[in-house]
Ligand binder design. Structure first.
Ligand code: SAM
Length: 345
């Protein structure tokens, strides 16, 4: 069963929930406001997952002052969520200070991690710094040759999170990388601990979904059923991809969502490195506006979940030019926010 939460934890979550809900509703009215910026804090990773194209083994962490300057630029663009990522995020020596800085700049800090470097002390410090949510990646129960992001070695860290985290925890498994039954076992175990369990589809180096086996498809259905309450409509693109159907959506990467690499360049998403590769300090409203409207040729087969989620906010809009700011559909805004808002328990 989920751990009982202290009054302090509940209060912290409730306050965060209200603040984020307000920012999301406000941003629904402004199509050129970035919802999610992913910022690489170090490219180095302590693991070498067989399906991952997003790490190296030797580079140095980006200096904290450089990252802070990037955070200020994201604040100037009125960004809602800043996701700190890598490589492995917890390898950055100043990660807690950076989380606090994102919060101080008026934005909502989120983190992706494999969780292996978590300790009770670090969990408390991240909570105090104002971390809003952490996504932990766990692909299987036992480490194998493809992924060592595994439930068994991570269980002590997950129990510490269940006891101490004031932030929301979501566990994500990449389906199509190993034994799908183990992904279901991960989802069941983390749901018992009170966390959200999600899965995403393995994608190739260009972001296209890779076909799933029947067993992986069945695992997807089971994990989805387990999380019916927190599953947002924006995740249903995965079903279409699994069934080899084309997905009807307009990608807003480069505007609502983008990624900033260790060199401080803006890319449309983690699978579109090199486009436009413009320095963040020069990236402005004109770039956001252009990216918002641009047709992306990779959209039909895209399995980049963040791109779909961030684009969902605007699915109610005219898919061509935005001539005027229209009235926000509450249903769309609410569905977009469901991806991030804590389950009120
Ligand atoms: C690149 S990692 C970086 C942060 C951190 N090290 C972690 O494990 O979460 C971010 C996320 O991207 C996922 N990922 C990496 N390569 C992928 C691929 N080819 N297809 C789908 N997801 C992928 C990882 O599993 C992880 O959930």
């Amino acid at each position: 069963m989920p751990q009982p939460r202290s009054l302090h934890h509940r209060r912290a979550r409730l306050l965060n929930h209200g603040r984020v809900a307000k920012a999301l509703v406000q941003s629904a009215a402004n199509p050129y406001r970035p919802l999610m910026a992913h910022m690489v804090v170090t490219r180095r990773c302590n693991l070498s997952c067989g399906y991952c194209h997003e790490y190296d083994k030797g580079s140095l962490p980006v200096p904290i002052e450089t990252l802070k300057a990037r955070v200020r630029r994201l604040a100037a663009l009125d960004t809602v969520f800043v996701t700190l990522t890598g490589g492995e995020t917890l390898l950055h020596p100043d990660i807690v200070e950076l989380v606090a800085y994102v919060r101080d700049q008026g934005m909502t800090p989120v983190m992706n991690s494999n969780g292996l470097l978590l300790s009770p002390r670090k969990i408390r410090a991240l909570g105090r710094a104002g971390l809003y949510a952490m996504q932990i990646s766990i692909d299987n129960v036992e480490p194998d040759e493809v992924s060592k992001k595994s439930l068994r070695p991570l269980l002590p860290k997950l129990r510490a999170l269940a006891e101490l985290a004031t932030f929301r925890v979501r566990v994500n498994s990449v389906l199509g990388t190993g034994n799908p039954e183990e992904a279901v076992a991960v989802a069941l175990a983390v749901t018992e601990l009170g966390f959200d369990a999600k899965c995403s589809l393995v994608r190739d180096a260009h972001g296209a979904g890779i076909p799933l086996s029947d067993a992986a498809r069945a695992a997807y259905d089971e994990i989805r059923a387990l999380n019916r309450r927190t599953w947002s409509l924006s995740e249903d693109f995965q079903l279409a991809l699994i069934e080899n159907k084309s997905v009807s959506w307009k990608c807003r990467s480069g505007a609502r969502y983008f990624t900033i690499c260790e060199d401080g360049l803006v890319h449309l998403c983690e699978s579109s490195y090199g486009t436009p590769a413009k320095p963040l300090e020069l990236y402005g409203l004109a770039d956001i506006r252009e990216a918002f409207h641009r047709e992306k040729t990779c959209a039909d087969t895209c399995a980049v979940a963040y791109a779909h989620q961030a684009s969902r906010m605007d699915s109610w809009r005219d898919q061509g030019e935005v001539q005027r700011v229209e009235k926000c559909s509450w249903r769309e805004a609410e569905d977009s926010s469901r991806t991030y808002l804590p389950v009120m328990s």
